[in-house]
Write a protein that binds this ligand. Structure first.
Ligand code: 2HA
Ligand code: ZN
Length: 267
């Protein structure tokens, strides 16, 4: 009997998830079990792997996810620590399969590790993005200290204000996060309300700040999701450094300098 670990393409993807989980921990963005990851791996599996027998009874989803019927995801486990996901992704996460009618999911490999408490909201986002025709495979949520800190300041809780401020700290930020950031007012973690509010922001953005909680990024590639958050974090640190150095509001790049990046980089 072939094992799921014999699938090289899947294991390469799991390796990239473990790589990013390690970055989240070393960056100081993943205290205890902070953060969670889900990646759609359906296209990497054979028909046989996609129809592996369930390890546990089906669990209902809060909404029917018809754009995800039969799709398989790697999902980090509830209560699991990113630093251990990095070392042992199949002891700290699992593959789940959404049912054909999109109303439930079951664990299929490798062990029955219960998924993150944010699973329903991750799947709602995957479902929304796929239904929109966006080739989304990744939802990444993490707790970067500097970016969360900014969401405690009322004047930054405005998408245009915070996007412009972070873009204006270093040219790369405008290039790497071209859609800017969305902001979701505080909601209880793991709730359907938080998921709905996030999905509204995903209409226009790939990165969303959750007030006083964390950051969520979506995309085709987990390394690129990490890079977007990392670049925003770099901008925040430049802002804090410049403020500390002078005691004044940093100048930031001018609007013209920001605009000039658009044709130069085909944004
Ligand atoms: O997984 O970060 O938002 C723990 C969390 C919940
Ligand atoms: Zn969180």
């Amino acid at each position: 009997m072939k094992q799921i670990r014999d699938n090289e393409a899947l294991m390469a993807e799991i390796g990239r998830i473990a790589e990013v989980a390690g970055y989240l921990w070393t960056k100081g963005w993943a205290e205890r079990n902070g953060g969670n990851i889900s990646v759609n791996v359906t296209s990497l599996l054979s028909d046989e792997e996609r129809s592996l027998p369930a390890l546990t009874p089906a669990k209902p989803l809060p909404e029917r996810m018809t754009a995800l019927s039969g799709h398989v995801f790697y999902v980090t486990g509830t209560g699991k620590r990113m630093r251990y996901v990095a070392q042992a992704p199949f002891e700290n996460g699992a593959l789940i399969r959404v049912s054909a009618d999109g109303s439930s999911y079951e664990l299929i490999a490798e062990q029955p590790i219960l998924p993150t408490s944010e699973l329903p909201s991750h799947l709602m986002m995957h479902n929304y993005l796929r239904a929109q025709g966006r080739d989304n495979r990744v939802v990444l949520h993490t707790h970067p200290t500097d970016l969360i800190g900014m969401t405690h300041c009322r004047r930054f809780l405005d998408s245009d204000v915070l996007t412009h401020l972070l873009w204006s700290m270093i040219p790369e930020c405008r290039i790497i996060v071209p859609k800017g950031i969305g902001i979701v007012p505080y909601e209880i973690p793991g709730t359907v309300e938080l998921a709905h509010a996030t999905i509204r922001q995903l209409e226009r953005h790939d990165v969303v700040f959750w007030e006083k909680h964390g950051i969520l990024a979506v995309g085709e590639d987990i390394i690129e999701c990490f890079d977007a958050i990392d670049t925003l974090s770099k901008s925040a640190q430049i802002y804090f450094s410049a403020r500390l150095a002078s005691g004044e509001e940093p100048e930031g790049m001018t609007q013209q300098q920001l605009n000039d990046l658009v044709p130069a980089f085909g944004l």
